[in-house]
Design a protein around this ligand. Sequence first.
Ligand SMILES: [Fe+2]
Length: 199
Amino acid sequence: MELNRQIAEEALKEASKSNPGAWTNHSRYVAEACKNIALRCKNISAEQAYIYGLLHDIGRYAGISSEKHLIDGYRYCMERGWEKAAQICISHAFMIQDIDTSIGTFDVSEEDYLFMKEFVANAVYDDYDRLVQLCDSLAMPTGFCLLEKRFVDVTIRYGVHPATIDRWKKILEIKEMFEKQIGCSVYELLPDVAENSLR
Ligand SMILES: [Fe+2]
């Protein structure tokens, strides 16, 4: 099945029926942020970026889980032949390519854990992976926000981990990398970011 915007939107709608939650609105804002930033980049498609943002957490269709949602999303996309989207279902959680930098728990089989460990170590990231990693930290379920607001939100929910600060630093680095390309602050491309960050 060829992946396009309509199919991705349909997939997210279906997934939200099987596991309703704030994650679907978060995914929509991530997609919107990806699109807005990609529109200003030379070498990436805004349409593709939007689709990858929309699908990055699609593994949550399977129910409430921790890192299991990454491999569930990977399989969901691979079954449909959406290889890059599948990669991003895992890569968005590993801005550092080391399984030990996870902040979640591996509620998966030993076999799946080893698969993810290898996958993360060997994946070749491009700007789509990096854009979703960045935008995942720019979107709450209620709208766009400052990275720092999302960092604190996630840390309160997931706890402080040995890799927490290095993960933040990596996202800040990715932000700077995109800002060099787009020639402005990413926040200028996110409607109502100030209002939402003050909530
Ligand atoms: Fe996300």
